[in-house]
Ligand binder design. Structure first.
Ligand SMILES: O=P(O)(O)OC[C@H]1O[C@@H](O)[C@H](O)[C@@H](O)[C@@H]1O
Length: 337
């Protein structure tokens, strides 16, 4: 599949199927855009991307779908979200699959001396002394987008082929920024109902149904049994006790995504596979990601986005792989309307 100049100075690949398109930058295997035809036939963008984000490979991209790996957020010694979103990936496969009415693209990131010794950042980040293979398979159908992330431990770096008994540990997420026309209309229901979560905006308290599990004090944010309303600063790590069948949710982003049909509602069915033990829900609202401290995030960006992120977020539940072992996490986003 031909590589193209995407927006800014970024190189990448445009994948199309059944009127839908997805743009994947080689920088970070970052999904910049996912569109489907609206009522008038014009493309409707499904992902939020900050208009202030540098798109030249000089810094991580805000919006779209960044991949956090081998560290989620700042829960570890590495800089925010690790290095995968700041490295150049290579396209290793692409195909059309008529039987499954989709087209797909696979990108790969391998270790380098810079990931091993931390010099992918300046000043240097902590070393990640592993040989690894990280693959992202992007599958696009007329009304769905599927992402499969696979990590393999190929051994300890600088061991000269000698087997290591140590385990490669990582946390990760597919940091999906959904676009909405009005964040106050966003509703998330289904698989997060009654699930315990860590509230990052309230001192990392562990809560369930919006109630502090330790003190039983009601949360300041309204959380209904069946639906979560995005109406304030939300940064939560939901911890699934038994994700063996995966987690299904319904994300309703309300009206107005399609300018040619402003009254039409937009709803997604989300499914994350058992590989992801957490779901992160994030909207920085007025309190976060604005102003001079966050120049790459639109000041009013919080009004138009919600992140629902399949993740392995908690360091205590990090994936640990022996040499030769692989881990896989998949998510499927299907457009209901
Ligand atoms: O790097 P980005 O896209 O600005 O996202 C950062 C945010 O990512 C979220 O996944 C975390 O839960 C937040 O705590 C963090 O602030």
């Amino acid at each position: 599949m031909a590589e193209a100049d995407l927006r800014g100075g970024l190189k990448g690949v445009r994948l199309s199927y059944g009127g839908a398109t997805v743009e994947v930058a080689l920088f970070g295997a970052h999904i910049l855009s996912w569109t489907t035809p609206g009522a008038s036939g014009a493309p409707v963008e499904r992902l939020w991307l900050s208009s202030c984000s540098p798109l030249d490979g000089s810094a991580p991209i805000r919006g779209g779908i960044p991949i956090a790996w081998p560290q989620f957020a700042t829960d570890g010694a590495m800089p925010l979200h690790g290095f995968a979103r700041e490295r150049l990936w290579a396209v290793v496969d692409s195909s059309d699959d008529a039987a499954h009415a989709s087209a797909s693209l696979t990108l790969e990131l391998s270790d380098s001396p810079h990931t091993a010794d931390g010099t992918w950042r300046s000043p240097a980040a902590p070393p990640f002394p592993w040989r690894f293979r990280l693959r992202l398979k992007v599958t696009l159908g007329a009304t769905h987008l599927q992402l499969a992330l696979e990590a393999t431990n190929l051994g300890r770096a600088a061991m000269g082929g000698e087997e290591s008994a140590e385990r490669m540990a990582f946390t990760t997420c597919l940091h999906t920024y959904f676009r909405s026309a009005d964040s106050t209309q966003v509703r998330l229901s289904g698989g997060l109902q009654g699930v315990q979560f860590v509230d990052k905006v309230d001192g990392m308290k562990v809560k369930r149904h919006g109630v502090d599990v330790a003190s039983q004090t009601p949360d300041s944010l309204t959380v209904e049994e069946a639906a979560m309303e995005s109406n304030g600063f939300v940064d939560r790590i939901y911890c699934h006790e038994n994700p063996s069948k995966g987690i299904a949710q319904v994300l309703h982003v309300g009206r107005g995504l399609d300018p040619s049909a402003p009254e039409a509602e937009s709803t997604y069915d989300l499914h994350q596979s058992a590989g992801f033990s957490n779901t992160v829900v994030f909207n920085p609202w007025k309190e976060g990601k604005r102003g001079p401290a966050h120049p790459d995030f639109d000041d009013d960006g919080y009004k138009y986005m919600i992140c629902v992120e399949p993740a392995v977020a908690k360091p205590s539940q990090a994936v640990e792989l022996k040499q030769g072992e692989s881990w896989k996490g998949e998510c499927l986003i299907s457009i209901r309307n």
